[in-house]
Design a protein around this ligand. Structure first.
Ligand code: FES
Ligand code: FE2
Length: 426
């Protein structure tokens, strides 16, 4: 349980709030590079700020205020030039550093450009990594975008999936350190959804949480595993401040505002050895649906859709004054404590947890990962085709989110040389 004041403190992300200031110390993924193949601008709401992400004709990305500083027109309807973004109302032109580099009428009547020099648009840096576009809204000097090892993996098919979730970011992130939910939400409930009431998942017997440089790892022993199993020896990782890494994919929970979260998934599938060398030309993205059109209810058929059901079910902003934490929730308590500690650290002028500033340490950020050997060495086609091999289930199909578009499915099939099967849990 958390008292009301702390609950509010941890959830709110506006620029003037303590958590808003803490979260602004980190780079946030806000889109996919391939979104800009067929568009020039994208409206973005990030931590309560309305912005526009754009790619100009020279290939530079910018992130600026949604509203033009002249008379406030909506710059998501602006258009790009060789350099910068031009407002569609009176043609003022801005570059990614926020400078006004053109004011057509003013420039005609006032060659000294006095007004232009006084005008600046709010702007934030954008970086590209792993096929994602990252934004940094915090104080300078900005840290580096963490160069997690999977971004450099070869011979894999990567896809990016985004979905806007109508609830606060913190309850989404608390799910990143919640081992017991796998047994219930993704196993027992999935079985019930297909009418298999006699199918019971192995129980969790022991769970453990360990802090490390990039977050908190959780380890577990189930009825069907022991302490030699990678679920215990390696575990999974709740990454700081708002991600999960499971062995083959990242999930970020990006705060859109106090009541909305952008789920950004980055999924890596190694191709079988007989398809190597494989080089992916560009990383596709898609937007996953939340609601079942037939029933109007949340989609329940895929792993992350099931998580979304839990998150939105906790309310738009979870009321933690009414919860009862047990021993299964120690990871959740650790997340909250770490954020409270980080708030004190930034008050003292120190960096919070998991900030990287040193180029050398950022060359390749490694930590133990489940299934690492397979990611490095690949695997034989027989392994992929062996239906009994449960490890390959998430390779034979896309199990994580409903709604994968055909063009991504086809590209995936071509990359791996397989026909994918339905990834639904149900
Ligand atoms: S409102 Fe943008 S140029 Fe006038
Ligand atoms: Fe889950």
């Amino acid at each position: 349980m958390l008292e009301q004041e702390r609950n509010e403190l941890l959830m709110n992300v506006g620029a003037e709030t303590p958590m808003g200031q803490l979260l602004r110390r980190y780079w946030m993924p806000i889109g996919a590079i391939t979104e800009f193949i067929d568009k020039e601008t994208k409206p973005v709401r990030l931590m309560g700020e309305d912005l526009v992400l754009y790619k100009d004709k020279s290939g530079t990305f910018g992130l600026v205020d949604r509203h033009c500083p002249h008379r406030r027109a909506d710059l998501s309807y602006a258009y790009v030039e060789e350099c910068g973004l031009r407002c569609n109302y009176h043609g003022w032109l801005f570059n990614e550093k926020g400078d006004c580099i053109g004011q057509p009428f003013e420039d005609t009547v006032d060659p000294d450009q006095k007004l232009r020099e006084t005008v600046k648009i709010k702007n934030y840096p954008v970086e590209q990594k792993g096929g994602l576009l990252w934004a940094y809204l915090g104080p300078q000097p900005a840290p580096l975008v963490p160069n997690f090892e999977p971004f450099s993996w070869k011979n894999g098919f990567v896809q990016i999936v985004m979905t806007e979730i109508p609830c606060n970011w913190l309850q989404c992130q608390e799910n990143s350190c919640d081992p017991v939910h796998f047994e219930w939400m993704h196993s027992n409930w999935s079985s019930r959804l297909v009418g298999k009431s006699d199918q019971i998942a192995p129980k969790h017997l022991v769970i453990e949480f360990e802090e490390f440089d990039w977050g908190i790892s959780y380890k577990r022993v189930r009825e069907d595993t022991d302490k030699n199993h990678p679920l215990w020896t390696i575990g999974r990782h709740c990454l700081w401040p708002n991600a999960l890494y499971t062995g083959d994919h990242f999930e970020w929970r990006v705060p859109v505002d106090d009541e909305t979260t952008l789920s950004v998934g980055w999924f890596f599938n190694r191709v079988p050895n007989d398809r190597e060398p494989y080089v992916q030309d560009s990383i596709p993205h898609w937007f996953g649906p939340l609601t079942d059109e037939k029933t109007g209810r949340w989609i329940t058929s895929h792993v992350m859709n099931q998580d979304f059901v839990a998150w939105v079910g906790q309310g738009v902003r979870a009321d933690r004054t009414k919860e009862n934490l047990g021993r299964s929730d120690r990871g959740v308590a650790m997340i909250r404590k770490q954020f409270l500690d980080d708030l004190k650290r930034i008050e003292k002028g120190e960096d919070p947890k998991a900030i990287v500033r040193d180029e050398k340490s950022n060359e390749c950020i490694k930590f133990p990962l489940m299934g690492y050997e397979r990611m490095m060495n690949g695997y034989a086609r027989e392994m992929l085709e062996d239906k009994e091999n449960i490890l390959m289930r998430a390779t034979r199909s896309f199990v994580f989110q409903a709604g994968q578009p055909d063009h991504v499915k086809v590209a995936y099939e071509e990359a791996l040389g397989i026909k994918v099967v339905d990834g639904s849990r149900t």
